[in-house]
Design a binder for this molecule. Structure first.
Ligand SMILES: [Zn+2]
Length: 239
C-alpha cells in the first residue's frame, strides 16, 4: 500500500478511536494534510465519526473547497481545519471536538494546565478563543475562513486551543500524535477538576517539564497508545 493509502486508513481508524474514547460523539472531526501536497487535506463527509469508512473521505484545498464532493453533504466547520493548515506549515493533522471535560474551562476562563506527563503535549497553557469577541452573536459554529483564521491566530504556535461555549481544536505534527493529544486533553480536563476540588495548591507540570516530556514523546511512545486504542476499538493495528 502507498503512503497515502496507509494514511487514509489511519484516518478512518482515528475517527473510530476518537469515538470509542469519547472524544467525539455524533459531532467532531479529524483531518490530515496530504503527505505529498501541502495545499490539500483530507476530511470525511458529514457523518458521525464512528461510522466513517474509506469511501467517506474527501479531499479539500486549504480554502476548504472539496476537490470532488461526490454529491455528499460536508461538515460545516471545515474552516477550523483549513485555517490551521494555512497558518501552520508544521501542522499535519487537526481535530475538532466538543468533549464535555473541556467545556467548563472555556466558559469560566479558568486556566487549563497539564497535570501529568502524558498530558504534557497539550502545552504548558491552553489558550481560549472567544468567537463572540470579533464576530458577535453567532450560532458558535466556525463557518467562515475569517473565523478559521481568527481561531488559528489564537492557537498560535501551540497544539491546543479551547473554544468558548463550543469545544476545542487540537493540532499536531502527525495524525497519531494529534489523536494522542486529543485523548489526553480530555483526561487532563477531568483530572484537573478533581485535583482542584481537593486542593487549592495543585502542582502542575512546570514549563521545563512540559518541554522535556515533549522531547521524549516519540512516535514509538505514541504507537503504544495507538495500538491499545486500536484493540479497544476493534480495529487492526499496523505499525
Ligand atoms: Zn464544533
Amino acid at each position: 500500500m502507498s503512503k497515502l493509502d496507509n494514511l487514509l486508513n489511519d484516518l478512518v481508524i482515528a475517527n473510530r478511536i476518537l469515538a470509542n474514547e469519547d472524544v467525539v460523539d455524533a459531532y467532531g472531526h479529524v483531518s490530515v494534510r496530504h503527505p505529498d501536497r501541502a495545499d490539500r487535506f483530507f476530511l470525511a463527509r458529514s457523518l458521525a465519526p464512528e461510522f466513517i469508512t474509506r469511501d467517506d473521505i474527501i479531499e479539500f484545498n486549504l480554502e476548504c473547497e472539496p476537490i470532488d464532493a461526490k454529491g455528499k453533504q460536508l461538515y460545516t466547520e471545515r474552516p477550523i481545519h483549513g485555517g490551521a493548515y494555512q497558518a501552520r506549515p508544521d501542522v499535519m493533522s487537526v481535530i475538532h471536538n466538543h468533549s464535555p471535560g473541556v467545556i467548563p474551562y472555556g466558559i469560566t476562563g479558568h486556566k487549563m494546565k497539564p497535570v501529568m506527563h502524558m498530558c504534557a503535549t497539550i502545552g504548558h497553557e491552553v489558550p481560549i478563543w472567544d468567537q463572540h469577541q470579533k464576530f458577535g452573536d453567532t450560532d458558535l459554529l466556525v463557518r467562515t475562513m475569517a473565523q478559521g483564521h481568527d481561531l488559528a491566530k489564537k492557537l498560535g504556535k501551540g497544539g491546543t486551543c479551547l473554544m468558548r461555549g463550543h469545544g476545542c481544536v487540537v493540532v499536531g505534527p502527525y495524525l497519531r500524535r494529534t489523536v494522542y493529544t486529543a485523548v489526553y486533553l480530555e483526561l487532563n480536563a477531568k483530572l484537573q477538576m478533581q485535583a482542584e476540588a481537593m486542593s487549592k495548591k495543585v502542582r502542575f507540570l512546570t514549563k521545563g517539564e512540559v518541554t522535556e516530556v515533549a522531547k521524549t514523546t516519540s512516535p514509538a511512545n505514541v504507537n503504544r497508545a495507538w495500538e491499545n486504542w486500536c484493540r479497544k476499538a476493534d480495529r487492526p493495528y499496523k505499525e
